[in-house]
Design a protein around this ligand. Sequence first.
Ligand code: UDX
Ligand code: UDX
Length: 429
Amino acid sequence: MNLAIVGAGYVGLVTGVCFAAKGHRVVATDKNLDKIKSLQAGKIPIYEPGLEDLLKEVVRAKKISFTEDLGEAVRAADVVFLCVDTPPQENGMADLSSVESASRQIAKHLAGYKVIVEKSTVPVKTGERVGRTLEKYCPAGVSFDVVSNPEFLREGAAVQDALNPDRIVVGTQSEKARQVMRELYAGYAAPILFTDIKSAEMIKHAANAFLAMKISFVNAVAQICELAGADISQVAQGIGLDKRIGSSFLNAGIGYGGSCFPKDVDAFARIAQELGYPFRLLSEVQEINRFQRQHFIRKIEDELWVVKDKEVGILGIAFKPDTDDIREAPFLTIAEALMNKGAKIRAYDPKAAENARKLLPSVRYVETPYAAAEGADCLVIVTEWKEFKDLDLARIQKSMAHPTVIDGRNLFPPERMKELGFVYRSVGR
Ligand code: UDX
Ligand code: UDX
């Protein structure tokens, strides 16, 4: 099939490349000309494992191309994917101005019959608005259907998630659009769940809010474990083995970050409120998340006693491993809080340092994890990159001014760290 991707960001690019790998013919467009130029030159602006290689493959097979001309992309397409950003506004509501303006532009180029797919995460009832906007701005006589087909991609594993999803959710009332979507996903093993459009929009918000709730729940239990002298890793394992609960998303840490959970929990709470239901559980999920991070900062401060002029090494900048994304990354809050109290911060991350340099230029970004530790009063683990698990801990212990590790991701067994001569504090253990 011929597909158009409008918005070649984290989601749009992965979606486009993966559909191309499944044999569809994809044209992706973006309002950011630099992005399009770099993609045309075969360079991807983000780090996502496997994406660059797959892009090269599909470019070679002439299955994907990039254009700054939205009209060109839309005119050729049977299905148009809306993948523009939906960032949070000050009040927590999703800012839908990109969705609105992209819909207007798409409308102008509609001809014949096309399916317009909402991929961006949007509050329930946005599909209706998109439909009305297309109707208002499209030429007379064209026909189209709007479909909600939310993405469930985890950054760092997005290619795998896009090629082998657990489920495919397709929200539409139109049998014609359903048939188009069946054809689009013919090469996928996952079950397709057909729903109405509002339910599909709701599934995305509810899924992300539920996962965020799982994380906040385990983080709250971790707090109680610390107070009681229990071990959250054992507790999480014990509850996760219950099939009804499941073991994933039960890692206690420093709270969730990233471009989705914080904004989607906010937006879901706001839309619920607007519709007349005060979803207080979600306020608590957010509150626990904030507390978790602040508590971790206090733990570091407590260990240092006086923060001013202390050398603090930080391992991990990205909001999670295997990405260079720093949106809502705990690193930003932690580094800023410590610098405000006069600490000198050096930080290491395999991929995200360049992005962080633009936001926090006063941090010293170092080239190796060992450079972050050398001579430091304290080493803080913020992201659980695999390479940190394999570090030569004895070397780190010897090189630090004071061998203290504050671990926000529970990477190491406490007994081992003690044996190696570290002062070691982790989360909920
Ligand atoms: C996406 C979804 O949009 C968001 O709802 C979801 O929750 C997370 O994933 P993401 O792909 O991460 O967002 O956003 P971003 O990387 O900012 O990409 C959006 C792209 O759309 C940008 O490249 C931007 O230039 C482009 N864009 C935006 C357009 O091409 N046209 C517009 O009118 C607005
Ligand atoms: C999430 C959803 O998983 C995905 O389905 C959706 O479409 C987009 O949002 P993403 O934000 O990329 O994906 O990553 P995810 O792996 O879900 O992690 C989100 C945050 O939760 C990270 O900050 C991570 O560190 C944190 N997390 C995750 C925990 O603290 N504990 C866990 O057990 C799992």
